[in-house]
Design a protein around this ligand. Structure first.
Ligand code: DGJ
Length: 738
């Protein structure tokens, strides 16, 4: 449908305005509370005018006079090559310049989902660039991307292909982004934007969430704040290498540009071929970073995550409990243990497979997806049946994108691995692991077949932990033509998406966890195929407070797997009380990751209680609105957050003491998100002592709790013996509206 009329009910409208001699054909992409405004005058370059809180049509006509930005919305390289651009095209005759002008604006409404396409094309060459926007009913996120179509007779080469460009007026603009490492993912960094180029990029090849994250927030009113201030959130939704530039050249604007990383990825398009860039999801809120997070969580649950409205089960994963020492009786006893503790699912991790090569460590057998009957004589079906007999579900770990050099699959198909022809493979994990070439259709069929067969042969499997433990360490495809070797990274991820799409349609009911050696797969481009992710291989609760805090900026609790593990912790060797471990894990998708037979009686009791309590508030945590109250990054000795159900009837408040000093006075934490007018009854969850808090069972108005908060008695945070007192005290409160 072409937009040619004023229609306030459409997600995008086109109107003509004239401002100080400027004539604009304005495209208004809108959501309930936000607007994105473009000038799409035919025959002229597409201009960006505005992104922010909703603009009513009465104001739309005047926003240019009011000082809105007027900048290129999606510029191609060549004319004014001194400026950074979003797209680089080398035409079939070698010409490196493009000038994109607007040809048309189209809009399509599909059950309230509105897709707006601004068709631009080069004014000299037949190359079309569609700049696309998608909105959902009742949702304040706009997805935007581009589609580049070659209509030239010969091949064109793309040297840069951003998904979007977002100009942001200069001022006191701050950037919030997330960086880290394996086992310390998503550490928050906040900085004012200064002149120059800030690049956030990933070059791993297969996963993209360990070292940097593809999501940023931009606080337009100065220093980032959880509750206040105009704030933009932007998430590049892609599974592969990406580049995000936050560019501050001379002039009025900062520019956010995001897309597939063009480094070593020049892409050729034959006549008629189309290149579709991954979407960037944008949101805007005047309620600071917290408002942006809640918009992303709602969009994620409603439109991205599979089974986004179904609360996740409480599970026990075998990894930190037994590592590779998988044996049938041990698995069966772990199932009984999680059932006894009140859990709902058991997941058998790495170590269950292998034929000629045995999977006793990470040096062999990866890719040989046959049950190791030396360890599991009765096979997977018997395990699924055992789980069922004790009332829990059964799940399985698998890593279908990979192989070890010592494996039957590699011996049979050495040409299936990613590597440069004529060079020896370069290995990753265990000095053994290599990546399978998903640009090759035969390899994709193999991977789909492996997972499909396991699920069909063993009908009791309801959950898959899909791991990915190796990046690309040697550029090259033994499948792609010599002049398409630079397509590897992009075609690999097209292949990955195809595999996941096919498996999702074959087995829509299966719950799949995205694991990438911990949080390597945390990206919205991945999470449309997966129900949840493994947040980090680091299960130490203190470090988890930071990692989960950072991850919560863009991802809802239901997707964030958080497991209670043993103390001392296997990654940091820190000793922490079981209550602290349980309370931290409870703020995400609760699970356990230890050998229950090694737990003390106290640990079992606390876990049993935590699981029962979690069930009573699971919907609020997993489907509610998050309010981050006190940041661990403020280093005030306490971190705190809460979840409030959408109807504000129910809330869960988490309070963690991150360090303790004699004489310390901790800040009081004010609550948020409650209904000010209603009364809430307060009760403690996961209680470990016999002394109720002074406010146990008492009622307070939402107004009081948001203005004042509740003060925990100091210094005896828990009335237990001194050996159990440590830095790591915590409290969880349940608030129920009367
Ligand atoms: C890395 C994952 O992050 C761990 O949880 C575990 O599944 C191991 N791989 C198994 O090899």
């Amino acid at each position: 449908m072409k937009i040619n009329s004023l229609n306030p009910f459409l997600g995008a409208i086109l109107i003509l305005i004239g401002v100080h001699g400027l004539k604009a054909e304005t495209v208004h992409v809108s959501t309930p509370a936000t607007s994105l405004v473009l000038d799409a005058e035919k025959g002229k370059p597409l201009k960006f005018m505005y992104y922010g809180s909703k603009v009513e049509s009465s104001d739309l006509e005047s926003i240019l006079c009011g000082g809105s930005v007027y900048a290129d919305a999606y510029q191609a390289y060549g004319i004014h090559p001194e400026h950074k651009t979003s797209l680089g095209v080398v035409h079939s005759d070698g010409n490196m310049t493009s000038r994109l002008v607007v040809r048309d604006v189209m809009s399509e409404n599909n059950n309230g989902m509105v897709k707006t396409v601004v068709r631009t094309s080069d004014d000299l060459y037949p190359v079309d660039v569609d700049v696309c926007y998608l909105t959902y009913p009742g949702c304040d996120v706009i997805e935007t991307w581009t589609e580049i179509i070659n209509r030239e007779k010969g091949e064109i080469r793309l040297t840069r292909f951003d998904s979007t460009t977002l100009p942001i007026r200069k001022g006191n603009v701050w950037l919030t982004h997330f960086a880290g490492d394996w086992a310390s993912e998503s550490q928050m960094i906040e900085e004012p934007l200064a002149s120059g180029l800030k690049r956030i990029e990933n070059t791993d090849g297969t996963r993209n969430g360990h070292y940097t994250r593809a999501e940023v927030m931009l606080s337009l009113d100065g220093r980032p704040d959880e509750r206040h201030g105009a704030t933009i959130g932007a998430a590049l939704c892609y599974s592969g290498n990406y580049a995000i530039d936050i560019d501050t050249p001379v002039g009025d604007c900062h520019y956010y540009r995001a897309g597939i990383n063009p480094d070593n990825s020049e892409y050729r398009l034959k006549k008629g071929e189309k290149f579709v860039t991954p979407p960037v999801a944008l949101t805007f809120s005047n309620d600071g970073k917290g408002g942006v997070s809640r918009n992303f969580h709602r969009w994620g649950r409603d439109h991205m995550l599979p089974h986004g409205s179904a609360p996740r089960k409480i599970l026990l994963n075998s990894w930190e409990g037994v590592y590779f020492d998988i044996e049938e009786p041990v698995m069966v006893s772990m199932m009984k243990d999680i059932s006894d503790l009140g859990g709902e699912l058991f997941v058998m991790d790495d170590g269950w497979f292998g034929g000629k090569y045995q999977r006793n460590d990470d040096t062999r057998a990866l890719g040989d997806w046959v049950t190791d009957t030396r360890k599991l004589p009765n096979g997977l079906k018997a395990l699924a049946d055992s789980a069922k007999s004790v009332g829990v579900g059964f799940g399985l770990w698998i890593e279908p994108e990979m192989a070890d050099l010592s494996s039957e699959i590699y011996e049979k198909h050495p040409d299936w691995i990613v590597k440069a022809r004529d060079r020896k493979p370069v290995t990753g994990r265990g000095n053994a692991q290599v990546v399978l070439d998903f640009s090759n259709p035969a390899v994709r069929e193999y991977a789909i077949g492996v997972v499909d067969k396991i699920l069909r042969d063993n009908p009791g499997i309801e959950y898959i932990k899909w791991d990915s433990n190796c990046g690309i360490h040697l550029h090259g495809s033994q499948y792609l033509d010599n002049n398409r070797q630079s397509h590897l990274y992009i075609d690999w991820h097209k292949g990955f998406e195809e595999v996941m799409n096919r498996l999702r349609s074959l087995h829509p009911e299966i719950v799949i966890q995205a694991c990438g050696g911990g949080g390597g797969r945390v990206n919205w481009g991945v999470m449309k195929y997966f129900d949840e992710f493994w947040t980090s291989d680091n299960t130490d609760p203190l470090q988890r407070i930071y990692t989960q805090w950072g991850t919560s900026y863009f991802y809802p609790a239901m997707a964030m797997a958080a497991h209670i593990s043993a103390s001392p912790n296997h990654q940091t060797h820190r000793k922490t009380p079981i209550k602290f471990r349980a309370d931290v894990a409870m703020s995400g998708r609760l699970g356990l990751e230890l050998q229950p037979s090694e737990m003390s009686e106290e640990e079992r009791n606390v876990c049993r209680q935590a699981i029962a309590d979690y069930k009573s508030v699971r919907n609020t945590i997993q489907l509610g609105d998050l309010y981050r109250l006190k940041s661990p990054y403020d280093r005030q000795g306490v971190a705190s957050l809460m979840y409030v159900s959408p109807d504000k009837n129910d809330a869960v408040f988490f309070w963690y003491r991150t360090e303790s000093f004699a004489g310390q006075r901790l800040p009081v934490v004010k609550m948020d998100g409650l209904d000010r007018k209603r009364m809430y009854k307060v009760s403690e969850l996961n209680r470990i002592d016999d002394s109720p808090l002074p406010f146990e069972g008492k009622c307070f108005s939402g107004d009081y709790l948001m203005n004042n908060g509740l003060v925990f008695p100091y210094p005896y945070i828990h009335n237990v013996d001194h050996d159990s007192l440590s830095d790591f005290s915590s409290r969880v409160l349940h608030l129920e509206a009367l």
